[in-house]
Each structure stands twice: as C-alpha cells, then as structure tokens.
Design a protein around this ligand. Structure first.
Ligand code: ZN
Length: 59
C-alpha cells in the first residue's frame, strides 16, 4: 500500500500495489513511483533517504 496525495481530488489515499503504473530510480536512494488514484488521476510519489520533504510529494 502507498500513501499518496492526489492534487486533483484534493485528498490522500492508501493505494494498493495494483495502482502502481511505474517505478523509476531517479538517483541513488531516490525512487519515483507512478500511481493512479481511484479516479484515475496520475500521481508521482517521490521517496528516498535523501528527500527532505516530510511525507510523500506529488507533481
Ligand atoms: Zn485523483
């Protein structure tokens, strides 16, 4: 499960793994996970040890 914020829905969701449409290694220890919310909106979740943002980030 991924906790992700959808800017279009204006809400946070716990999304199951079948909402993941892609995973990208951006840098060492930095991973971008592409998800869709329950409405089908595209969410990009950045996670990794070197990210200063508390919690998931969306684009
Ligand atoms: Zn949405």
């Amino acid at each position: 499960m991924f906790l992700a914020y959808c800017g279009e829905c204006g809400d946070r969701f716990l999304l199951p793994a079948n909402h993941v449409i892609g995973v990208h290694n951006l840098d060492i220890g930095v991973i971008a996970v592409e998800l869709t919310c329950y409405e089908g909106h595209h969410i990009l979740l950045i996670s990794g040890n070197d990210i200063d943002i508390p919690g998931p980030a969306t684009v």
